[in-house]
Design a protein around this ligand. Structure first.
Ligand code: TRP
Length: 430
């Protein structure tokens, strides 16, 4: 199997430049590498946990899907889907929930943050905690394990969830794998450089700091307007400037070649004004984002095209999820009754013992034979006049094993000695 990479984006808003640089752009690039099978999805079940505005969730899902496609994701090559189009995911969530320790969920950062906030406000610790929030990491584990992803590119804040996924997977494998690795243990991939794209005020670009530069939303006007608000020092045009530590320069770097980076720094040191520098930044970003934005707007204007892409993605995803869930259901014991019978029969065959059979032939004599568990003839006696004599030989062979099989024993060896010895030993042990 090729290497599988999977990541999801929660559909509660639109994307900003930090999401593009940190998640979308590297994911699109990685999805083109040979030997990689990529899965990208709109985590809309996750969105329900944080958001009770249906229209916002619907619009966000559409905008994020359009963003992936506009950013160059080749949907022929990768699998792009909505989490909520894959009913196997919530079903797997339940199987995983049943092996997940509550104590481990108590330690999840998002849950603990909610408890701390409530406690600080003098409320009940769980005042604002839904079961959705509490179980968030299990749903995320199902997202990842459903497709046995090897690598999961995520932000730093999500690393704990990947560790929990590994624990859950390990436990499930141990309980139900019967020596098989049902689930691959995934690795988190955190790109440290990309995590650091600063926002307008120099802190990490994030909705919660209200310092974001929108990716497509609002068109080039919104991009210009946001860049104009990037905080700089108050040096005037003509004054030499120190480029290091400037959010403007770090954002520039994220879109520039090494040569452009060097030239931009040199120009600032030589006195380039901040206003002029911002215009250069707008031009640089617009050159890359502008053509994508046109595609984005077309997709937003034609939801049927996007919907068809997502339906295709769901079909591809379910071609994996449906049979895999069937295996998992069987592993935990959710089986058609007919399968249960088969399994019992298979078990019986495995644990079956060799057997001595005593019988009387048409010649009036008494005989016995030893058959292997699989029914192969191992030993065949000669005929006895008395049934009791045959019985005594059987008892002696059962008791003494191969040692009873002396040269003068009235028994014919019909198989290799090792097989006969193993059969007799099995009977002695039983
Ligand atoms: N929890 C992730 C976030 O908020 C989104 C997400 C949901 C995800 N399921 C996932 C990411 C599975 C990677 C893999 O960023």
């Amino acid at each position: 199997m090729s290497h599988r990479v999977l990541t999801g984006i929660t559909t509660t808003g639109t994307l900003h430049l930090g999401n593009y640089v940190g998640a979308i752009r590297p994911a699109v690039a990685a999805s083109r590498a040979p030997g990689v099978e990529s899965f990208f999805f709109m985590a809309d079940f996750h969105a329900l946990i944080k958001c009770d505005e249906p229209d916002r969730i619907a619009r966000s899902s559409r905008a994020i899907a359009a963003t992936w496609v506009a950013a160059g994701l080749d949907t022929e090559r990768v699998t792009l889907y909505r989490q909520s189009d894959i009913p196997e995911i919530p079903e797997l969530t339940w199987l995983l929930t049943c092996v997940t320790a509550k104590g481990q969920m108590n330690r999840a950062h998002a849950y603990k943050a909610a408890v701390d906030a409530a406690t600080a406000a003098g409320e009940e610790p769980d005042a604002h905690v839904t079961m959705g929030l509490f179980s968030y990491p299990v749903l995320m584990a199902a997202d990842i394990l459903m497709f046995n992803a090897h690598r999961v590119p995520v932000g730093k804040d999500q690393v704990q969830h990947i560790e929990m996924t590994r624990d859950i997977a390990q436990r499930f494998n141990h309980l139900f794998g019967q020596g098989r690795e049902l689930f691959v243990l995934p690795e988190a991939v955190v790109d440290a450089e990309m995590e650091l794209l600063p926002g307008l005020d120099g802190r990490k670009m994030s909705k919660s700091y209200d310092n974001v530069i929108p990716l497509f939303e609002g068109g080039s006007a919104a991009l210009k307007e946001a860049i104009a608000r990037i905080v700089t020092d108050s040096k005037l045009p003509g004054e030499p400037k120190d480029p290091e530590g400037q959010a403007l320069v770090t954002i520039y770097d994220a879109f520039a070649t090494p040569a452009q980076r060097a030239a931009f720094r040199a120009a600032l040191r030589a006195g380039l004004g901040w206003g002029e520098a911002k215009q250069q930044l707008v031009a640089l970003i617009e050159g890359q984002i502008g053509p994508m934005r046109a595609r984005y707007e077309a997709l937003m204007a034609h939801p049927e095209e996007l919907e068809a892409i997502l339906q295709d993605g769901a079909t591809k995803a379910r071609a994996i999820a449906v049979p895999f869930l069937k295996t998992l259901r069987a592993a935990v014991g959710l089986r058609p009754y007919t399968d249960t019978a088969q399994t019992a029969a298979a078990k019986a065959e495995k644990t079956a013992l060799p057997v001595f059979k005593q019988y009387r032939e048409a010649d009036g004599k008494f005989y016995f034979k030893l058959l292997s568990a699989g029914g192969d003839l191992l030993l065949q006696s000669t005929g006895f006049d008395q049934g009791r004599d045959a019985g005594q030989w059987v008892a002696r062979l059962k008791r003494d094993g191969l040692a009873a099989l002396t040269v003068d024993a009235p028994v014919q060896r019909e198989a290799a000695e090792a097989d006969i010895a193993a059969a007799l030993a099995a009977l002695q042990a039983a």
